[in-house]
Design a protein around this ligand. Structure first.
Ligand SMILES: Nc1ncnc2c1ncn2[C@@H]1O[C@H](COP(=O)(O)OP(=O)(O)OP(=O)(O)O)[C@@H](O)[C@H]1O
Ligand SMILES: [Mg+2]
Length: 393
């Protein structure tokens, strides 16, 4: 799956967003820049929730939470939310999400059910939400998918569940997640006890939204799951072929290769990990708390990608460079290309070093455009020859 184009005319801070991603680019890694508050996180959360939650009723709550306050006036026929084009094995699938005011549509029922009326207008409802933003139970708006023919509707209905398994979001756990209930996100800014409740809530949400990841330092759970899954593959292999596989050894080797002069040790019952460091002072034991923030983050991204066996997926990663030295900010694109080559990565970033690892055409920006504006001021003057410019590049 590949996100080819996203258009968002007017949602929260996002205005006239129209970004295309080129499937032929190598690597398929696209930094997304903007000033602080430019809407990168908002765009990621909107994409994640629309693509990941539209096909599962028990996840509609995240769409409802995100859309609270996205008002459609009663004199407005519909309000466009997002147009998203996905490329799947060379086939384009176009998804158009619009919101309608229920009151306006309900007044035209003429004895028919709302779904029937909507269908005749080329709309399939997903869920209702509180567009007015008032604290009431009257969910006055509906989010719908727009379709041009029954054939297209059937294609979308079949397609959405598959797409939902292929969209991932990673972000710092201190990010404000607009798809949580307002009452919950507000706790993040309250006294300690409420903050703890927020973190517990976030953990519970992660259990339900399995493709949602917060850069946990360190994901011991993921490491253990990754190794257990390798061990199980070896066990399956011995049953199938009579010989143990070497997946466990390979997985352990891959983890160790990330750790430089440290070596990972796993408890015999796979219930925990510790590490050994070997340097001029000899060999000593280390625990996860002895690692640096950046080391833990890099390791956690690796095991997240590996454990979930992400392939051919759309991976949205927010604030990817935080805690990384500029060398690792530069390095992370090569890491991602190596750790999960078939995925598309969109990286919300402020890092010039990260962008340097890719071509200028890979870089996408939301208005106002900090990076391209800087680049524009560095442009050669009109009398500088093209040859000189090429040499510099
Ligand atoms: N309903 C709304 N309408 C307009 N703007 C809004 C609305 N709600 C929030 N905002 C603004 O949107 C911005 C949030 O954007 P977001 O967090 O997506 O930015 P960002 O690009 O991720 O920034 P950063 O780089 O700092 O993480 C904030 O400036 C916030 O004040
Ligand atoms: Mg952000």
């Amino acid at each position: 799956m590949f996100l080819k184009r996203v258009q968002v005319p007017d949602f929260r801070i996002l205005k006239d967003v129209d970004i295309s991603f080129e499937p032929e680019f190598c690597p398929r890694i696209f930094p997304l820049g903007s000033l602080n508050g430019g809407g990168k996180s908002t765009l990621f959360q909107l994409l994640f929730v629309l693509l990941g939650c539209s096909s599962e009723p028990d996840k509609y709550v995240y769409i409802r939470n995100l859309l609270t306050g996205f008002k459609v006036d009663s004199d407005q026929l519909e309000r466009s939310l997002a147009k998203i084009e996905i490329l799947d094995n060379g086939i384009s699938v176009n998804l158009e999400f619009v919101c309608i005011n229920r009151k306006k549509r309900l007044s035209k029922l003429g004895g028919k059910g709302l779904d029937e009326v909507l269908r005749s207008k080329g709309l399939r409802s997903i869920t209702d939400y509180l567009g007015s933003g008032n604290n009431s139970n009257n969910k006055d708006c509906l989010i719908c998918l727009k379709f041009r023919s029954n054939e297209q509707l059937n294609q979308i209905r079949k397609y959405l569940p598959a797409l939902a398994t292929k969209i991932y979001l990673a972000a710092p756990f201190t990010q404000v997640f607009q798809f949580l209930a307002k009452t919950e996100t507000r706790k993040l800014f309250k006294e300690h006890k409420q903050k703890l409740e927020y973190y517990l809530k976030l953990e519970a949400v992660k259990q339900r939204l399995t493709n949602f990841f917060t850069y946990d330092f360190l994901s011991v759970d993921y490491i253990l799951k990754f190794l257990k899954s390798a061990r199980d593959q070896d066990f399956k292999q011995v049953i199938d072929t009579g010989n143990y596989g070497n997946n466990y050894q390979l997985a352990l080797g891959e983890l160790n290769s990330l750790l430089d002069n440290k070596q990972i040790n796993v408890d015999p019952d796979l219930s925990g990990v510790n590490f050994k460091i070997k340097d001029e002072e000899g060999e000593r034991e280390l625990f996860p708390e002895d690692f640096s923030h950046g080391e833990l983050k890099r390791l956690s991204i690796y095991v997240w990608l590996k454990h979930l066996q992400m392939e051919d997926s759309i991976v949205l990663m927010d604030e990817i460079e935080s805690t990384f030295h500029p060398d690792w900010q530069y390095q992370i694109t090569a890491d991602l290309a190596e750790w999960g080559a078939s995925n598309q990565y969109i990286l919300a970033t402020h890092s010039y070093d990260l962008c340097q690892a890719l071509t200028p055409a890979h870089i996408k920006e939301l208005e106002p455009r900090p990076i391209l504006e800087i680049a524009a001021t560095d442009q050669p003057s009109a009398n500088q020859s093209t040859e000189e410019t090429q040499k510099e590049n």
